[in-house]
Write a protein that binds this ligand. Structure first.
Ligand code: 0GZ
Length: 316
């Protein structure tokens, strides 16, 4: 990747104090992803000068443009992206839609919408490549949205065949269970529902998450974000090939039990990390530790995301 057009800048905005910029010059992964692999969780931020950050945002990032995202895609060997609306853009999906429009069909999206959105706008988003909406329950990221509003949105988007992406912390799953299980669409959980990886993988908290997936065949999970969930490290930095070993058992467990309902994404540009910024090349080297056979890797990186985001390409 060229370092020149790859420098994080902050545009017209002042970044949140202590903000860590994404890593320039990521290494080439040793793990070669299969042909047609999809990075199924990544974001674009602005650029703020073209696509201003939302007034209601809880953080102000450095810019992370679509060009920079697509350069990373190519560098890591991925074929496509699923761009997920970041909370710093609220329900203003312009940066996301701009990325989809300029991806040559190689990106699809997950948007954030409010109940006031019209069917015409939803149709336009569908035509642009949006295939889901994101509901966020992480309190440091968003203000509360009433559940009846979210349910109304979920039932409206179902007719386009879209799904709902949910982001929550493991401790909040019991309270959110009834709402999640009432959703009428496919439901995709971000980052395995953020398990506390200092707790045992076979303990009650993660068992509840597995039960959620086991009892509800419409629930999928992204086995992403080891850099967020790791307590012990080591970190994906300085050539480390065995990063985030404490997270691997959690992710591997989900991949092994639900191989046809898992997705993987870089989470680039890694908003709100406080401790370190991973080398995305080394993050890709995490994949064979959690999807341990070629068949599992093919499902995780190719066939599952295609089924959800490019279903028209599925044969038969
Ligand atoms: O944990 C986070 O801070 C985080 C934030 C966002 C977002 O702001 O959209 O997205 C993510 O996937 C993760």
């Amino acid at each position: 990747m060229s370092q020149d057009n790859n420098k994080p800048v902050s545009g017209d905005f002042t970044k949140t104090a202590g903000w860590l910029d994404w890593y320039t010059g990521p290494s080439k992964p040793r793990f070669q992803v299969p042909a047609g692999a999809v990075d199924a969780h990544c974001h674009v931020f602005g650029p703020g000068a073209a696509f201003p950050y939302a007034p209601e945002r809880k953080y102000t990032p450095c810019d992370a443009s679509r060009e920079q995202l697509f350069a990373l895609r190519d560098h890591l060997g991925f074929d496509r992206n699923v761009v997920v609306q970041a909370t710093c853009h609220g329900a203003d999906n312009r940066a996301l839609l701009d990325a989809l429009a300029n991806s040559n069909g190689r990106a699809r999206g997950v948007a954030t919408v409010r109940r006031s959105i019209s069917d015409t706008e939803l149709q336009a988003m569908h035509d642009a490549g949006v295939r889901g909406v994101r509901f966020n329950f992480v309190k440091r990221l968003v203000d509360f949205t009433p559940k009846d509003e979210l349910l109304e949105i979920a039932s409206r988007i179902a007719k386009w065949g879209w799904h709902v992406v949910i982001y929550f912390e493991a401790v909040d799953l019991p309270e959110l269970w009834d709402f999640f299980t009432a959703l009428p669409t496919t439901v995709v959980v971000d980052h395995m529902g953020r398990p506390d990886t200092s707790k045992p993988v076979d303990g009650p908290e993660f068992e509840l998450f597995l039960k959620f997936m086991r009892q509800h065949p419409n629930v999928w999970s992204k086995v992403s974000c080891p850099e967020r969930l790791s307590v012990t490290g080591p970190k994906a930095l300085n050539g480390e090939q065995n990063a985030y070993t404490d997270v691997s058992p959690f992710a591997r467990r989900v991949v092994e039990e639900f191989p046809d309902r898992v997705l993987w994404g870089t989470d680039w540009p890694h908003p709100n990390l406080k401790d370190h910024m991973p080398d995305d090349g080394l993050l890709v080297d995490f994949i064979p530790h959690i999807a341990t056979t070629a068949e599992r890797q093919q499902q995780l990186l190719v066939s599952n995301p295609l089924r959800l985001y490019w279903p028209e390409e599925q044969k038969g």
